[in-house]
Design a protein around this ligand. Structure first.
Ligand code: DOR
Ligand code: ZN
Length: 454
């Protein structure tokens, strides 16, 4: 038998349904052998994973790598290095770049940048802006994994999508077999509240929470799900933040709506009022981080299997953009691709999650939602050779200055985490080893959905 490129020996493999001990052989970028260590063919490179956990490559289904066009905040080089450092082997990038990924030219310019710079694999969402819905056809042909639309305004993308545009986008997406992921906050409610607060002289970070209340999320989630019902479109709620909005999903799902749900580490782990008071606009994000009760409701939903994915919503901005006094001029979001896995592994030690749930929420779940499974999200013969190898006992303290992102700010500053990625393997190449990112080990590739109707 020929020599393999890589053998990972003796780790504990963590799937969504349990763990087992096995060695894994990778050749030509693909998993070709699994079994006991003695049965592995010889290999160019071996990793001894004794005492380590081997996850299917972690997928961050929600990143904003800002490339092209907003590259002072991030680009595919720095963003993907942060991903590799955080154990993430595939990222799915959002369309609010410059140009936005709303047509052929937008897609191809992003593909050019990512192919040249990324050390991890990547997929792209097709964006929708009013009046450009038909471009979804060419974006599906080019390989978009799904559709992302904003029901309120956001960084880099102007007009929100709602009403007739929402219905038209879902009709076209359904005909193409694409799932539509929504940023579900009601744009009109938010715009009106913001003007009232501004006119009243409010400039403090807490005003952000008041301008974007839970009610705005509830309204938008309800409309997105009902539009999905009316059009037969599959829908995904990105960054669910509140217990109330989750309640709406629970209530409407039995109508026969194919809805999947993402939340993010910050909604599970932080108290919005406390974070904005302590950290100022660093903790400003859309939707806002809510109350402890909301976080508890999300944990409860997670325990019941009603959350399908965790994504980071990696939304980098420069520290000087974030650290301004006036809440209305501070941009929303913070980096997260590098801290997501350690934060969630820490919750396993705290008894709130199992390793199998981490494997589901951060790998298999997103792979299934976006039609990438089992090429991604699985450790199986024929799957891509993407592995995230974790030392469950290793500890670190999150420090913004150590992040690989250009955006050296994090609301998790100073937090001690337990459970760290020690090798990130993409297509059989080691792109991160013990914290060192190997920038030149491999160039990432575009991942397209295997089936659009999955
Ligand atoms: O806080 C956010 N920042 N939420 C979004 O939906 C967009 C993101 C960004 O791109 O900055
Ligand atoms: Zn986002």
């Amino acid at each position: 038998m020929s020599r393999l490129d890589l053998v990972v020996r003796g780790g504990l493999i963590v799937t969504s349904r349990g763990t087992f001990r096995a060695s894994i052989g990778i050749e030509g970028g693909v998993i070709v052998a699994m079994g006991s260590t003695e049965t592995m063919p010889p290999a160019e490179r071996k990793i001894d994973a004794d005492g380590l956990l081997v996850f299917p490559g972690i997928i961050d289904e929600h990143v904003h790598f800002r490339d092209p066009g907003l590259d002072w905040k991030e680009d595919f080089r720095t963003g993907s290095m942060a991903a590799a450092a955080g154990g993430v082997t595939t990222v799915l990038d959002m369309p609010n770049t410059e140009p936005p990924t709303v047509d052929r030219q937008g897609f191809l310019s992003k593909l050019e940048a990512a192919s040249r710079k990324s050390v991890v694999d990547f997929g792209f969402y097709a964006g929708v802006v009013p009046g450009k819905v038909d471009a979804l056809r060419e974006l599906a042909e080019l390989g978009a994994v799904g559709v992302k639309l904003y029901m309120s305004e956001t960084t880099g993308i102007g007009e929100p999508v709602d009403g007739l545009d929402l219905i038209r986008a879902m009709e076209v997406a359904a005909s193409l077999g694409l799932r539509v992921g929504v940023h579900a906050e009601d744009g009109r409610t938010i715009a009106a509240l913001r003007e009232v607060l501004r006119a009243g002289g409010r400039r403090d970070p807490l005003a952000h929470m008041e301008a974007r209340p839970v009610a705005a999320e509830v309204l938008a989630v309800a409309r997105a799900l009902l539009a999905a019902k009316a059009t037969g479109c599959r829908v995904h709620v990105f960054h669910l933040s509140s217990g109330e909005a989750h309640g709406v999903i629970r209530a409407l799902r039995p109508m026969g709506i194919d809805v999947t749900v993402e939340t993010c580490p910050h909604y599970l782990l932080l108290d919005g009022r406390e974070a904005l008071t302590r950290l100022g606009n660093v903790a400003k994000v859309n939707p806002p981080i809510r109350s402890r009760e909301d976080a508890e409701a999300l944990w409860e939903a997670l325990r019941r299997g009603e959350i399908d994915a965790i994504g980071s919503d990696h939304a980098p901005h420069l520290p000087e953009e974030k650290k301004v006094e006036d809440v209305w001029t501070a941009p929303s979001g913070f980096p997260g691709v590098e801290t997501m896995l350690p934060l969630m592994l820490t919750e396993v030690h705290r008894g709130r999650l199992t390793f199998a749930e981490v494997s589901w929420l951060l790998s298999e779940g997103p792979a299934r939602i976006w039609g990438l499974y089992p090429r991604k999200g699985a450790i199986a013969i024929g799957s891509d050779g993407d592995l995230t190898i974790v030392d469950p006992e290793a500890e670190a303290v999150i420090r913004s200055e150590n992040l690989h992102s250009k955006s050296k700010v994090t609301p998790f500053e100073g937090l001690r985490v337990k459970g760290l990625p020690v090798y990130t393997v993409v297509g059989g190449e080691v792109v991160m080893e013990k914290g060192e990112v190997r920038e030149d080990a491999r160039k990432g590739r575009l991942v397209r959905p295997l089936r659009r109707s999955a």
